[in-house]
Design a protein around this ligand. Structure first.
Ligand code: ATP
Ligand code: MG
Ligand code: MG
Ligand code: MG
Length: 466
C-alpha cells in the first residue's frame, strides 16, 4: 500500500518515521549529486523509488556495487515524491547489500525481454513485471476458487494422485514405478523403468472425478483442486503434462444446474481478480492484449450463450470460415471450431451441451429421448474466447444397469469399477460436475497466449530441467 501511495502516515507529520524495504533492484539512475534506485519485493508492479545521497556511508563504493538484480535492504524516511510515476519515495539513511549481481552476466537487464527468452530462464522470470503480474493473479484466482466454493458450503476433498483408473479413457497416463535403486544395484546409474507400484499397475491421476463422486454421494457438494497429469506428447499453447484442475461434484444436480454453477463460478473469479489485482490487470491490457478488460467486463455482465452440440455443428457447417479439420455430426469439435464459436460467432463464452455418445466418456448420462443413430449424452463444454475449451462437465449416469452396459460397451470390465457401481447400487442420486483447467482459467483472465507462461514450472515434452 505504501507503494500505491495510499499513505496513512503523512510524511510531513511524521518527520522521523523510518521504514525498511527489502527487495531486488530493478533499475539504477545516477544523477550528478544523487542516485535513484527502484526496488521491488514482488508485492506489486511498481517498486519503491529509493533516493541515495552522498551523505550515506561509503556512497561511492555503494553506488558501484548496486546494479540491476542486487538484493538490498533500505531504511529511511518516506517522503512525497516530486518525480513522475510515484507518489512517495524513500530518502535512504542506511543501505545493506545482501547479494550482488554481475551486470555482465545477469540475464535480466533493464530492457524488455521477449517472452520466449524468458521461458528459457524460468528460474529468473518471476522477477520481471510480466511474471510478477501473472503469478499474483494466479494466486488471487486460487484464493477465489476456495472462497467461491467455501461460501457455498462445498467441502474441499483430496482425491489421490496415484490411482489405478484412467477416468477419461484417453490413454494419456503416466505410470508409477517402484524403484529400490540400492537393491537393484542401480544407485547412480541409468534406470530401467519397467517396475510397477508394489506389484500392481498404478498411474498419476488424469482427473479426480470418479473419486470426487464418492465424496459427493456422502457430502452432497464437494470440489477438488489439485495437480493433474496427462501424457500429452503434443506442443500446443493450451496443454501441459502437469496442470491443476478444479472439479466440483454436486449431488441432486442436473446438467442445467451444473452449467449455472460453472457460469457463476467464472463470473465470481473474474470479479474477484478485477477487484483485488486492478494494476496487474491494467498491465495485461497494456502489454498483452488490449481486449483483456473488455472481455472481463463481458464475462461478468453478460449471460453466456447456451447451445446444443447439434446446433453448434449446424452453425459451423453454415459459416464461410475454412477449417483445417472436418465438421460433421459425430466428430469432436477441434480447437479451431471452439475458438470460432466463442471468438467470432458469439463473441462470448459458449456452453455447448448434449454431445454424441460416441465421443464422450462412459460415465456421462445417456439422453433417453434421442434417436438411436444420433444418441447423445448430458455433457457440456464451455468454450472461452482466446482459449477454446476451458471447462468440460457432465451429468453422470446414475442408473446402475445403464452404467454397467456403458462400461462394457467401451471395452472396460465392470468388475474393475465395483466401487463406482456401488455408488449406484446403494442410494444412487442424480449428480453432475465439471473439470476446469486452472492454467486455462489464468490464461483466460490474463490474456496470456501460451499456457507455459501462466505456471511457474511448466512441464511439457521439451521442458527445462528443473
Ligand atoms: P482438450 O480437448 O483441450 O484436450 P480435454 O477435453 O481433453 O481438453 P477434459 O478431460 O475435459 O479435457 O479436462 C477438463 C479440463 O481440464 C479441460 O476443459 C481443460 O480446461 C483442462 N485440461 C485438460 N487437459 C489439459 C492439459 N493437458 N493442460 C492443461 N489443462 C488441461
Ligand atoms: Mg485432451
Ligand atoms: Mg476436449
Ligand atoms: Mg473435455
Amino acid at each position: 500500500d505504501l507503494l500505491r501511495g495510499d499513505l496513512t502516515i503523512d510524511p510531513d507529520q511524521n518527520p522521523d518515521h523510518l521504514c525498511t524495504v527489502r527487495g531486488w533492484v530493478r533499475t539504477k539512475r545516477e544523477g550528478k549529486e544523487i542516485a535513484f534506485l527502484e526496488v521491488n519485493d514482488g508485492s506489486s508492479l511498481q517498486g519503491l523509488q529509493i533516493v541515495l545521497s552522498p551523505t550515506l556511508d561509503d556512497y561511492e563504493a555503494l553506488i558501484k556495487q548496486i546494479n540491476t538484480g542486487v538484493s538490498i535492504a533500505a531504511t529511511g524516511k518516506l517522503v512525497a515524491s516530486t518525480g513522475k510515476g510515484q507518489k512517495v519515495e524513500m530518502q535512504a539513511r542506511e543501505i545493506t547489500v545482501f547479494g550482488t549481481a554481475d551486470p555482465e552476466t545477469y540475464p535480466l537487464q533493464k530492457k524488455r525481454h521477449s517472452i520466449e527468452f524468458l521461458r528459457t530462464i524460468a528460474h529468473l522470470r518471476p522477477r520481471t513485471n510480466m511474471f510478477g503480474a501473472v503469478f499474483r493473479v494466479r494466486n488471487a484466482c486460487a484464493f477465489a476458487v476456495h472462497q467461491f466454493f467455501q461460501e457455498r458450503g462445498f467441502l474441499w476433498v483430496h482425491t489421490p494422485i496415484i490411482t489405478a483408473s484412467d477416468c477419461e479413457g484417453a490413454g494419456e497416463m503416466f505410470g508409477v514405478t517402484t524403484l529400490d535403486l540400492q537393491k537393484l544395484g542401480l544407485a547412480g546409474k541409468p534406470v530401467d523403468y519397467s517396475q510397477d507400484f508394489f506389484g500392481k499397475p498404478a498411474f498419476l491421476t488424469v482427473s479426480g472425478q470418479l473419486e470426487a463422486e464418492i465424496m459427493a454421494t456422502a457430502f452432497s457438494n464437494v470440489y477438488t483442486f489439485g495437480p493433474t497429469f496427462r501424457a500429452e506428447n503434443s506442443n500446443t499453447s493450451r496443454h501441459l503434462a502437469e496442470f491443476w484442475m478444479i472439479e466440483p461434484e454436486v449431488a441432486f444436480c442436473d446438467l442445467e444446474g451444473d452449467a449455472d454453477l460453472a457460469e457463476d463460478f467464472l463470473k465470481y473469479i473474474f470479479n474477484y481478480v478485477l477487484k483485488t489485482c486492478p494494476e496487474d490487470m491494467e498491465f495485461f491490457q497494456e502489454r498483452v492484449n488490449d481486449q483483456v478488460m473488455v472481455n472481463a467486463r463481458k464475462i461478468i455482465d453478460e449471460q453466456f450463450e447456451r447451445i446444443s452440440y447439434t446446433e453448434a455443428i449446424a452453425i459451423l457447417e453454415k459459416c464461410d470460415k475454412k477449417f483445417e479439420f472436418p465438421v460433421s455430426w459425430g466428430l469432436d469439435l477441434q480447437s479451431e471450431h471452439e475458438r470460432f464459436l466463442a471468438e467470432e460467432y458469439f463473441r462470448k463464452p459458449v456452453i455447448v451441451m448434449d454431445y454424441p455418445l460416441g465421443i464422450k466418456a462412459f460415465y456421462m448420462r445417456v439422453n433417453d429421448d434421442t434417436a438411436s443413430d444420433r444418441q447423445t449424452v448430458r455433457a457440456m463444454d464451455i468454450l472461452a474466447p482466446g482459449v477454446g475449451e476451458i471447462i468440460g462437465g457432465s451429468q453422470r449416469e446414475e442408473r446402475l444397469d445403464l452404467l454397467e452396459a456403458r462400461i462394457r460397451s467401451v471395452g472396460l470390465n465392470p468388475e474393475d469399477y465395483w466401487w463406482y457401481l456401488d455408488l449406484r447400487r446403494y442410494g444412487t442420486v442424480p449428480h453432475a460436475g465439471f473439470g476446469l483447467g486452472f492454467e486455462r482459467l489464468v490464461q483466460f483472465i490474463t490474456g496470456m497466449g501460451n499456457i507455459r507462461d501462466v505456471i511457474p514450472f511448466p512441464r511439457f515434452p521439451q521442458s527445462a530441467e528443473f
